[in-house]
Structures are given as structure tokens and as C-alpha cells.
Design a protein around this ligand. Structure first.
Ligand code: C5P
Length: 226
């Protein structure tokens, strides 16, 4: 396919979401926030009374049920809003607990497989910015540009803290740092589509940068390729 894709992969709270949205906006491209899909599976599992506890995920019959759930997700995206079975779940999906549930169900191969088609469907003209963990390695290996975004764990915890506080959600930095490290470890060490930079990815450590600088760097790289 010739439809251009820019992949932005990296660990949790690295600023991928903001960066991807801004780059997509500036280029007039579509945006895929693939984390939302895993968060939705976590939420749907909870609503269906299906466990997302780690020991249960190892049971093949349970993994299959989660895969079926993911394949049948009734989801709609309206601008910035996510509608699940007709209900606006945008805010529910952003909580830390939704992130943790997403991280657990995302280790299930059947779930990842079920979400493939949905993700590919986002590749539409004039182009796509895809944000996730395996965009460049698994979902869009032929993407025209791949960025791997990192920042120190401490920086990421501080940013996440600010984000939550600004939304009026109480949070504690040490707790966030511990959660974030647990999530990183799970994402990096899982067997299926682990978090890692694609061989042809451009590495961007944005620890000392603000969002405008990171966006500018990515746009500069993009200009060099088109
Ligand atoms: O990016 P976000 O924090 O919304 O992702 C939530 C979780 O979903 C991540 O911790 C990761 O385990 C999983 N995920 C994934 N593959 C993606 C995007 C997210 O496994 N492409």
C-alpha cells in the first residue's frame, strides 16, 4: 500500500499521544491511538465479568474468550470521543486502572490478533499517524517513517502526575513511578509483539524537550522523507 504511515512507538507516558495527535493535526492525517483499543478490551472484559488477572490469562480457554470479545467490540470513534456500545467511555479509558488492565490483556495473542483488522482500517488517505507499542514492528512494518520515543521513567512519572492533577485526579508520584515501571516491564518482556524499537526506527529521547520541540523534530524528519 502506498498510503503514508508515520509510526510513533514507545513506553507509557513518553508523550506519544500528544506528539502523535499534534503531528497528525499539522499534516491533516488520520490518527490511530492503538492503546485505546487495548483499554477497551480491558473495559469490555470487566463489563462482561471476564477476569483480566494474570494467572487466568494463561488459561487457553480464557484467552480464547478474550479474543472473541476483542473481535466483537462494538466501538465507534467520533472526533476525540470513544463510544463503546453507544456510551461515551472516553474518560473511563484514561484512568490508571484501565491502563493496567490494558497492559494485562495486551499480552494475550488472541486479543492482539483480533485487533489487527481494526488497526489496518485506519490507514486511509491522505495518511496516518499510528501511536502504540508495535506500530512499526508488527502492524505497519512498511511505514514510511518510524519514530521510537523515549524519556526517563522519572520524567514520565512527573508528566503523568501533572496530567492527572490537571484533570483533578489525585495521584502520587512514587505510586505512578512504580506502576509505570511494572507496565514497561510487562510490555518489554511479553512474547507477542513486545515493546521494542523497529530496526529502521528513528530514536527520539525527549527527556529534555518540550512538546513543541519534539513535534518539530518529527516534522523535520518527515520533510526529509517526502
Ligand atoms: O498507550 P496506552 O497507555 O494507552 O496503552 C495501554 C496499554 O496497552 C499499554 O501498556 C500496552 O500494554 C498496551 N498496548 C499494546 N500495544 C499497542 C498499544 C498499547 O500492547 N499498540
Amino acid at each position: 500500500e502506498n498510503i503514508p504511515v508515520i509510526c510513533v512507538d514507545g513506553p507509557t507516558a513518553s508523550g506519544k499521544g500528544t506528539l502523535s495527535a499534534e503531528v497528525a493535526e499539522q499534516l491533516g492525517y488520520h490518527l490511530l491511538d492503538s492503546g485505546v483499543l487495548y483499554r477497551l478490551v480491558g473495559l469490555a472484559a470487566e463489563q462482561a465479568g471476564l477476569s483480566t488477572a494474570e494467572p487466568d490469562l494463561k488459561d487457553p480457554a480464557h484467552a480464547r474468550r478474550l479474543g472473541e470479545l476483542a473481535a466483537g467490540l462494538r466501538v465507534r470513534f467520533e472526533g476525540q470521543k470513544t463510544l463503546f456500545e453507544g456510551r461515551d467511555v472516553t474518560d473511563d479509558l484514561r484512568t490508571e486502572s484501565a491502563g493496567m488492565a490494558a497492559s494485562r490483556v495486551s499480552s494475550v495473542a488472541e486479543v492482539r490478533q483480533a485487533l489487527l483488522g481494526l488497526q489496518h482500517a485506519f490507514r486511509q488517505l491522505p495518511g496516518l499517524v499510528a501511536d502504540g507499542r508495535d506500530m512499526g514492528t508488527v502492524i505497519f512494518p512498511d511505514a514510511r517513517m518510524k519514530v521510537f520515543l523515549t524519556a526517563s521513567a522519572e520524567q514520565r512519572a512527573v508528566r503523568r502526575h501533572k496530567q492527572l492533577i490537571s484533570k483533578g485526579i489525585a495521584a502520587n508520584i512514587d505510586g505512578l513511578l512504580a506502576d509505570l515501571k511494572a507496565r514497561d516491564l510487562r510490555d518489554i518482556s511479553r512474547t507477542h509483539a513486545p515493546l521494542k524499537a523497529a530496526e529502521d526506527a528513528l530514536q527520539l529521547d525527549n527527556s529534555g524537550m518540550d512538546i513543541e520541540q519534539s513535534v518539530q523534530q518529527v516534522l523535520d524528519w518527515w520533510q526529509g522523507r517526502t
